[in-house]
Structure formats: structure tokens, C-alpha cells
Design a protein around this ligand. Structure first.
Ligand SMILES: NC(=O)c1ccc[n+]([C@@H]2O[C@H](COP(=O)([O-])OP(=O)(O)OC[C@H]3O[C@@H](n4cnc5c(N)ncnc54)[C@H](O)[C@@H]3O)[C@@H](O)[C@H]2O)c1
Length: 319
């Protein structure tokens, strides 16, 4: 079996590529990756190109692709508010062009990277897959729209089947230290900011007066190795699914302060942080109900918060 991974040089895609048992072909324009893929992913066939119809068709013509794992996309909530058209254009148009190429070449299996952001900020945790989705920023809106487009394809094309995985905050890194969350430019997710703060860049914790035990927001995280494995499980099971969505998280929340403390204890370092104002649109509490994935595939994440913090640090401390 050969799989195409769009965005396969990014944080999550590189981890999937590394542990996949299948032959891997990657298309990635490196707009947010600085991975030395020749060294780090020597077995993958890599195309440094935009996710466009003609580029994908060229790959489908030359490789016997069975399934596509679609991760390519821009992922910053803040940037999507500043430049919504860039997000709608990059994320949605490339997804449509990918799907058009898949239909043309009769490649009928897709796994899509969706996000917990599709639940918006009004649903009460634990968040379940059948809750109503709500768009609260352009990034999240692109995920809702792409999920809908994929679902439409599954309804209209008899052999087409897909899974949308709704990720809850992947953190951590492969234990050999070769891969990690290495975006171009300034990182925006909490864990890379915690790591940076150890080196002196002060972290701002947004809000300490939320209705949680310590006043900081509660979120759900998953080790990127568990997340990568969840994709491989979906690959094995796509034959029995027409279309479905699954949460992938640990299924228990941890507050920002608790995560900082866990990081400090796991790595014996000091996180340099201060409190700032609440951010507009942040829900106080957001964590997944993960029972659907667990019951369907008999699988649960293996890594706990301590190991997520340990691996995030060990990957970064020498870089
Ligand atoms: N990391 C998270 O916290 C998180 C959470 C939920 C969902 N997701 C989704 O998972 C996917 C992967 O996330 P990630 O953290 O690995 O991000 P990432 O930015 O590290 O990886 C995405 C990759 O896609 C590439 N890319 C972007 N637009 C492209 C285009 N038009 N053509 C070709 N390549 C393109 C980038 O160069 C990058 O290497 C994204 O779709 C993201 O929205 C991520």
C-alpha cells in the first residue's frame, strides 16, 4: 500500500510518515516547515509543491496511491483572523483540488485533519462528535467547511469513504529527538511557547480568573506519537467506514498552570511566565469525549501529560 500525505513535512505529518508501515509519498510546499526531510525522512518520496490539482494528478499518475492523509493547511487561529482570505483560499481551495484529483483517479480513501476548534466555545465539555459545530474564527470555519465538503463527496461518490479526525492539541515529539514542532517563524501553540520561556522568552498565560480550579483555561492534549498512531489505526479500518468523525485527545483536561507545573517537574526547569488579559473567544474548559474512537477501534492513547512534557523538552533542549 502507498499513501499520500499532504503537509507531510509538518509537525504531525512528519511523525505519521516516520512510523507508517506503508510506502509514503509527501506533497508539501514547506510554507511552514523547515524539516531536513532528506535526512529525517529518508524513505519518503517528497514533492516540494503546492497542493494543487495538477501537482496531485502528477503524483497519482506515477504512484499507486491507495489512501490520502490530508494535513496540508495553515493552522494559526490568530493569523486567520488577520488574513481570513488567505486561510479560505489556502485551506479550502487546496482541499477541493485534492478531492477533484482523487475522484478523477478513483482514489477513494481519505483521512482528514480536523480540529477541536469546530466545537466553538459554547458546547459543554466533554465534547462529543455529535455536538453542533460552531465557527468562531476563519481557521475553525475552514475545518467545518472542509468536513462538510468531504462528507458531501462520501454521499455522492459510491466508493468514496473518509474519516475526519478532530485533534485536541498535539504536543510532544518522537522519542529519538529527530522530529518536533518546528514551524517557520514565531510558534503560537502553548507547548513551544513554554519551551521558549525556559530560554528566556516570557510566556503570557491569558486569563487567571476563569471558573476552573486555578483560574486558568483547561484544555485537552495528545502526544503526537499517539496521534500519529491513531491515523494508522484509521488506515486499517477505513474499509468499514463510509464517513465518520472522531475526537483524538487524552479525554481529560489539564489547566495551563497544571501543564506548566508538570513541565517544570518532568524536566527540572523553570518556566518563565506572567498572567495577561483573557483572550477574546477562549472557552474556559475544553476537553474531548474520546469514547467513540476507543469503542470503535479498541484503542486509547498511551502517553500521559508527564511524558508529553518530557518529550517536548528533550526534543527542543538541544536545538
Ligand atoms: N498542531 C495542532 O495543534 C493542530 C490541531 C488541530 C488540527 N491541526 C491540523 O493538522 C494539520 C497539520 O498540523 P501541523 O501541526 O502538523 O501543522 P504544520 O504547519 O506543522 O504542517 C502543515 C504542513 O502543510 C504544509 N502546507 C500548508 N499549506 C500547503 C499547501 N497549500 N500546499 C502544500 N503544503 C502546504 C506546510 O508547509 C506544513 O509543512 C493542519 O491541517 C492543522 O490545521 C493541527
Amino acid at each position: 500500500m502507498t499513501i499520500l500525505i499532504t503537509g507531510g513535512l509538518g509537525y504531525i505529518g512528519s511523525h505519521i510518515s516516520k512510523i507508517a508501515n506503508e510506502k509514503v509519498v509527501i506533497i508539501d510546499n514547506q510554507s511552514n516547515s523547515q524539516l531536513n526531510y532528506k535526512k529525517k525522512l529518508p524513505n519518503a518520496e517528497v514533492f516540494i509543491e503546492d497542493l494543487k490539482y495538477k501537482n496531485v494528478c502528477k503524483i497519482f499518475k506515477n504512484y499507486n496511491i491507495d489512501t490520502v492523509i490530508h494535513l496540508a493547511g495553515l493552522k494559526s487561529v490568530n493569523d486567520s483572523i488577520i488574513s481570513p482570505l488567505e486561510y479560505y483560499s489556502n485551506n479550502i481551495i487546496s482541499s477541493v483540488e485534492l478531492l477533484q484529483a482523487m475522484i478523477k483517479f478513483k482514489i477513494n480513501k481519505l483521512i482528514f485533519s480536523s480540529s477541536a476548534t469546530v466545537y466553538g466555545n459554547k458546547n459543554k465539555s466533554p465534547l462529543k462528535e455529535d455536538f453542533l459545530t460552531q465557527s468562531i474564527n476563519p481557521y475553525g470555519h475552514t475545518k467545518i467547511i472542509i468536513e462538510d465538503i468531504i462528507q458531501n463527496c462520501c454521499a455522492s461518490y459510491s466508493n468514496f469513504s473518509a474519516i475526519s479526525l478532530r485533534y485536541f492539541n498535539p504536543i510532544g515529539a518522537h522519542s529519538d529527538g529527530s522530529l518536533g514542532d518546528r514551524p517557520k517563524g514565531r510558534p503560537l501553540n502553548l507547548m513551544p511557547l513554554i519551551v521558549d520561556s525556559v530560554f528566556g522568552k516570557k510566556l503570557t498565560v491569558f486569563g487567571n480568573d476563569y471558573p476552573t480550579a486555578d483560574g486558568t483555561c483547561l484544555r485537552d492534549y495528545i502526544h503526537v506519537m499517539d496521534l500519529a498512531e491513531a491515523h494508522l489505526i484509521c488506515l486499517k479500518n477505513l474499509n468499514n467506514i463510509k464517513y465518520d468523525t472522531f475526537n483524538v485527545g487524552l479525554g481529560m483536561g489539564i489547566s495551563v498552570l497544571e501543564l506548566i507545573k508538570t513541565f517544570e517537574n518532568a524536566n527540572k526547569v523553570k518556566v518563565n511566565f506572567e498572567f495577561g488579559e483573557r483572550r477574546l473567544g477562549d472557552a474556559a474548559i475544553s476537553y474531548a469525549d474520546t469514547s467513540k474512537f476507543k469503542n470503535r477501534f479498541n484503542w486509547s492513547p498511551k502517553y500521559n501529560y508527564k511524558s508529553m512534557c518530557r518529550d517536548s523538552w528533550s526534543q527542543n533542549k538541544n536545538n
